[in-house]
Design a protein around this ligand. Structure first.
Ligand code: ADP
Ligand code: ADP
Length: 233
């Protein structure tokens, strides 16, 4: 039942550097939503790189979905704090982008484009962006761009969604609205989520389990099951 499995994981960015993270032990269940909180520089992004195979551990073992991670994983979707929509593409074409890049969708992109478009429009509708498919990023508010980024991260139905401070740049009202959007999507689809955030309220609102990291050394110093009842199907 374990999905992400870290066993005594260490990473140093170079031979002379100190460990950026050390002795990370963490196991998630299938469909679990975890949050990682901690000060800047504690190793949250490093953790993400290890979990997605962008960096191999210097020591220890990382498995995801039952297999050792040996290179960049394909079944992940990501969204970040800075808006990363391509400005020359419409909302719809931004959301479709992973399907143009990731196999097995890529090979049949032209043939299946109508079906993919339908899927993208349905996803945009669930986040309240119906009517914005043909607008460009500059025509959308920050919150709307972030909704579109989440759609793009989910369009290829990834097993794992990684969110690195996804709502950090938004005002408090928009942020809480997007928490609900994300929670509804997750309740319905049950992908695995790793959320990195500075915002303890955000972690408490969204996650099943919260991990707290410390700085120097970059370690997990606390693990807390969320006492709030999470929506279950
Ligand atoms: P966070 O995401 O929590 O802010 P990071 O994972 O980015 O923390 O950084 C953890 C530590 O690793 C920091 O000391 C940072 O300076 C170092 N670090 C991060 N990325 C690199 C890199 N590419 N090369 C060298 N050191 C890095
Ligand atoms: P969000 O809550 O998504 O950040 P805002 O608070 O900026 O959005 O805007 C509130 C509402 O105003 C949006 O849901 C949308 O209906 C409308 N809106 C915002 N920006 C635009 C725009 N550039 N073009 C058309 N409508 C917009």
């Amino acid at each position: 039942d374990t999905f992400v499995d870290f066993r005594h994981v260490y990473l140093a960015y170079s031979e002379s550097a100190d460990f950026a993270v050390e002795d990370i032990n963490l196991q998630t269940r299938h469909g679990e939503f975890i949050a990682i909180v901690g000060p800047s520089g504690c190793g949250k992004s490093t953790f993400m790189k290890l979990a997605t195979g962008l960096k191999p551990p210097t020591r220890g073992k990382v498995c995801v979905d039952g297999a050792p991670v040996t290179g960049p994983l394909k079944f992940v979707g990501m969204a970040f704090q800075a808006p990363t929509l391509l400005p020359w593409r419409t909302t719809l074409d931004n959301v479709l982008l992973p399907l143009e890049i990731v196999e097995p969708y890529r090979s049949n992109f032209k043939r299946d484009k109508a079906q993919y478009t339908e899927r993208a429009l349905a996803l945009l509708k669930t986040v309240g962006l119906d009517g914005y498919a043909n607008k460009y990023p500059w025509q959308l508010s920050g919150g709307m761009q972030q909704r579109a980024s989440i759609c793009r991260a989910l369009i290829h139905e990834p097993k794992m969604l990684l969110l690195d401070e996804p709502f950090g740049a938004l005002d408090a009202f928009t942020r809480e609205e997007l928490w609900c959007v994300l929670r509804d999507l997750w309740t319905e689809r049950r992908f695995n989520v790793i959320l990195v955030t500075h915002d303890l309220r955000e972690a408490a609102f969204l996650a099943d389990t919260i991990y707290v990291m410390s700085k120097r050394p970059g370690r997990i110093v606390a693990r807390k099951e969320n006492p709030l009842p999470q929506p279950r199907d």
